[in-house]
Design a protein around this ligand. Structure first.
Ligand SMILES: Nc1ncnc2c1ncn2[C@@H]1O[C@H](COP(=O)(O)OP(=O)(O)OP(=O)(O)O)[C@@H](O)[C@H]1O
Ligand SMILES: [Mg+2]
Length: 148
């Protein structure tokens, strides 16, 4: 469990994730509406080198970040609006993921990613003014979770 007492703490966790992120990884962010998923995604994307806006993909479903803007190509997805996990395939998720890492909000709506060894699952919950993050890494993450 990682306490995220404010947005600065979220930024710190996001930077640590970015430092350890590799091609093929998934960062699966679950939690209620307003739990802080996009805030943590923004922190990871900033940690990969992106400067400027990070629009929430809640409408577009997928936003792409490419070299040289970021050090590793990244897909930021928000599956809230998917009615069926098969739609993730139909929108071409596998092609977007090729050579990139994925940050997924509402991952359960896309069928979930926790069966992938390179999935870092993070559940965000409200706690007082801030949040807590319950982090579970798949086998590929076990040696690269310095925040634990
Ligand atoms: N660690 C934190 N401490 C305090 N406030 C936070 C923290 N993380 C996020 N917030 C605030 O919570 C609000 C909602 O955050 P965010 O948009 O990231 O939620 P979300 O989980 O992506 O929601 P949605 O499901 O609607 O996409 C924002 O105003 C954000 O600044
Ligand atoms: Mg969001």
């Amino acid at each position: 469990m990682v306490p995220l007492v404010d947005l600065a703490a979220t930024a710190q966790l996001g930077a640590a994730i970015a430092d350890n992120l590799r091609e093929g990884d998934v960062v699966a962010l679950s939690g209620e509406l307003g739990a802080g998923k996009t805030a943590l995604a923004r922190a990871v994307i900033a940690g990969l080198g992106h400067r400027g806006e990070v629009p929430s993909p809640s409408f577009a479903i997928i936003e792409l970040y490419e070299l040289p803007d970021v050090r590793l190509p990244l897909v930021h997805a928000d599956f809230f609006r998917l009615a069926d996990p098969r739609e993730a395939r139909e929108i071409g998720l596998d092609d977007y993921r090729d050579g990139a890492a994925l940050i997924a909000e509402w991952p359960e709506n896309a069928g979930g990613f926790a069966d992938e060894p390179a999935c870092l699952s993070i559940r965000l919950e409200l706690a007082d003014e801030g949040r807590i993050a319950i982090v579970e890494g798949g086998p590929d993450w076990l040696s690269r979770m310095p925040w634990q």
